[in-house]
Design a protein around this ligand. Sequence first.
Ligand SMILES: [Zn+2]
Length: 428
Amino acid sequence: MSPDTQKTVLRSVSVEGIGVHSGEPAVLTLRPAEPDTGVRFRRVDLDGTPEIPADLAHVAATDLGTSLCEGDVRVLTVEHVLAALAAHRVDNVMLELSGPEPPIRDGSFVAYFDAIKEAGLTDQGVPARIVEVTDPLEVRVDSGASYVVAANSNLRISATIDFEHPAIGRQFGTFDITRQAFESELATARTFGFKADAEALHERGLALGASLENTVVLDDHRVLNDELRFPDEFLRHKVGDLVGDLALLGAQVRGHIVADRPSHEGNVALARALAGQDRRKRGNGVVDIQRIMKCLPHRYPMLLIDKILEFEAEKRIVGIKNVTINEPFFQGHFPDHPIMPGVLLIEAMAQVGGLLLMESAEHPEDSVVYFMSMDRVKWRKPVVPGDQVVFEVELLQRRGTVFRIGGVGKVDGEVVVEGELTAKVMDK
Ligand SMILES: [Zn+2]
C-alpha cells in the first residue's frame, strides 16, 4: 500500500471498556469512511448522534489528555486511538462512541493498534494529505514544553522528559514513527500518574477510572505496578501521545521533531504551528491585503483595516487604519468637529483580531468570526482625521473555537483605545 494515498479500515471493529477520566463504560467502533472524511467521532449515545471532527479546530482542553468538543458535545482523552490510527496511516474513519470517552484498556495504545490491524486497511486511491516540514520551526509553551522541527523524509520523534522522581528522572530517545516501529517500540507503553495527585484529580472529576490495571502509578519513591514494560516506558508513552495529538492536523507529518518535556498543550500548539506553516507554504496565509479582502467579509464603508504590518500565527497581529477626512462617518460625527466614533475603533480592532483568529481556521475563506463579548474597553484619546491608528492584538486564550483576544490601538505611540474581546470562529 502506498504511503501517499488515503486509507480507511477494511471492516468495522470495536473496542470496549471504561474511560480513564470519566470512569464510564463505552464501546468505540471504528467504521470505514469515504475519502476526505478524515477522522470523526460520533456520539451514538446522544440524541441526533452528533459528530465531532478530530481536528485542531475542535480541541476543547489539553490538561491530562486531549479532549474535543462541538458545542456542548464532548469526547475526552482521544489521543490513544488517534495515535494508533496515525501509526497505521488511516486517513478516514468514523469512530462511533457510546459514551463520553474511548476505553482506556491497559493504558497503552496497543488495544487500538491491534484492533486496526485486525480490521485491515484498504487503499482509497486518492492522494493523502501530507504536511512536509521544509523550514525549521520552533514552538514553546509557557508550561515548559518546547519543540524544534526540521526536515526529514518521514516522521521521526526525539524526545526528552525530565521528572524529579527517582523512578523516572531524565529519559531521552529517538523513534521513527513507522507502523512496525510503533508496534514494537511504543504501542504497549502505558500512561502514568502520581498517587499524590489522585485525590485532587478525583475532586475535579478526573482519573475516576484510573487503576493499576490501566495506569503506571508512582508513589513518592517507586512504581506501584508489578513491573515496567520498558525501562523508559514513561518516555515512550509521551512519544505515543505526541503522535496522537499530531494526528489532529488531519495529515501525515514528515519531519524530525525534537521535543523537550512534551505535553498535550504543547503538542497541540506544535500541530497548530505546523498547520500554519503548511498553509502559508501553500499560499493560504492571510498576511497580505488581498488575502484580507478575501477573508474578511467587510467591504467599504465597513472595512476598517488598511494594512497588516506584523503577523505571528496563533500569537499576535498588528494592523493599521489611516483615518482620513473622507471617512463617511465624519460627515455626521460631527459636522464641524470630526471625531472617529469610539465603537468604530473597537470594530477596527475586532477586524484586525478577527484575521488572527481566522488564520487558525482550516478554510479561512469559508469561516466567519462572531464577536460574543467585550470587556475592559477604555477610550483614552479622541481619534481625528490625519491620525494613523496602529492596532496591536494578541491571543490571550483559546478554548476550542472560542477565543479571547486583547488589543490596543495607538496613535503616535499613545494608547487611544484598549479592550478584550471574546469571539467564536464558525463556518459560514
Ligand atoms: Zn496518553
